[in-house]
Each structure stands twice: as structure tokens, then as C-alpha cells.
Design a protein around this ligand. Structure first.
Ligand code: ZN
Length: 208
């Protein structure tokens, strides 16, 4: 091979390598871009699912409140008062009859403790919107229900939570199970009722 021809070959090889490197770089960038796009799409899907869930929850409230208003309006005037809001008044027991009251209501203990075996079902004592907390230092797994009329109910030390924040619980619906999570020495339900910001003795409302 003569000299100029040799140089040409070298130059050609260098150009080829540079071109190949560029090509690889572009390919890599394209792959990264695609990955980014996929992530964005996944996030968008997650976001729209969450929005859908929230919309469904709102539809739930709307449906229940509409039904409730319809029921109230269809009642004769004299019955309307006695039934008014009973669905939203926490006046039933949160656990089955067998549960024993192991601690009563006092200034230092603004609720009652109901001792029952682990796994005993806990029911919502009135219809309301759920706030769920996991691993609270004191109450462990805790549910707080807002009943839209100044009433709130608290269910502490749960083993399992069957509902979630933002959900609507119907009166009598099973929302969790008795446990011993948080600051607790044995399986029991801590149950509190708050009315207009003050804790009241749940026994004063319980029908049975
Ligand atoms: Zn307690």
C-alpha cells in the first residue's frame, strides 16, 4: 500500500469511530427519553386513579346524603325529629356484646376501653367519613370518623383496618378488628366520642 492510501484509511477509521460513538450516544439518549416518558405516563395514571377514587368517594357521599334527605322528606313531620340524624349519631356499641369494659370514661381517660379477643370485629357506630392512621405512638392503628354533625368517633389499638382515609363508612359497617397496637397491654378497643370539640362518655349515648 502506498502512503497517501494508508493515511486515507486511518482517517476513514477515525471518522467511523467518531460516527459510531455519536450514534451510540444518541441511542442512549433516546432510551433515557423513552424511560422518562414511561415514568411520566405511570405517574399520570396513578394520579388519575387517585382522582377517580376521590370522585367516587364524593359520589358516595352525595348518594348517601341525597338518599338521607329523600328519606327525611318522605317522613311525616312528627317522625322526622326522632329519626333525624340517627344514622349519624354514634349510639350503638362498637364491638359485640361480649366485650367487657376494662376502663371507664374519666378526665384522664376520655373514652372507654372494651376488652375483647384479637380479631373481634369493630363496627362504625354512626355513618361518616373515615380518617385512618397507622402506627400512632399511643393508639397504634387508629380510625377517626367524622359524622358531619359535630360528632367524631375514635377507634384505637386496632389489629387491622378494613377501610381507608376518605372512604365513607355506613353505620354498623365492619371497619376493623380489635388488636393491641400502640401503647396497650392487651387486646382491647379504645373508643372515644367527641361532640363539638369535647369528649363525652360513650356510655351516655349507647343504646344497649
Ligand atoms: Zn383507652
Amino acid at each position: 500500500m502506498n502512503k497517501p492510501c494508508y493515511y486515507l484509511l486511518i482517517i476513514f477509521l477515525i471518522i467511523s469511530v467518531i460516527f459510531l460513538m455519536d450514534f451510540m450516544k444518541i441511542k442512549k439518549e433516546l432510551a433515557l427519553l423513552k424511560q422518562k416518558q414511561t415514568i411520566t405516563e405511570t405517574n399520570n395514571t396513578a394520579q388519575s386513579n387517585e382522582m377517580k377514587q376521590q370522585t367516587d368517594n364524593l359520589k358516595d357521599y352525595k348518594g348517601i346524603l341525597e338518599k338521607y334527605i329523600k328519606e327525611q322528606n318522605s317522613q311525616p313531620d312528627n317522625q322526622r325529629e326522632s329519626n333525624s340524624g340517627s344514622r349519624f349519631i354514634p349510639d350503638i356499641r362498637p364491638v359485640s356484646e361480649e366485650a367487657v369494659i376494662s376502663q371507664t370514661f374519666s378526665a384522664s381517660h376520655p373514652g372507654i376501653d372494651l376488652a375483647a379477643s384479637t380479631g373481634t370485629e369493630i363496627i362504625a357506630t354512626a355513618a361518616g367519613r373515615v380518617e385512618a392512621y397507622e402506627n400512632d405512638d399511643y393508639f397504634g392503628n387508629l380510625l377517626v370518623l367524622e359524622h358531619f354533625n359535630g360528632y367524631y368517633t375514635y377507634y384505637g389499638h386496632l389489629e387491622q383496618i378494613y377501610t381507608a382515609t376518605g372512604r365513607f363508612a355506613e353505620k354498623g359497617e365492619v371497619i376493623g378488628t380489635v388488636g393491641s397496637t400502640g401503647f396497650s397491654t392487651g387486646p382491647h378497643l379504645h373508643y372515644s366520642i367527641q361532640k363539638d370539640g369535647l369528649f363525652i362518655d360513650p356510655l351516655s349515648l349507647m343504646k344497649r
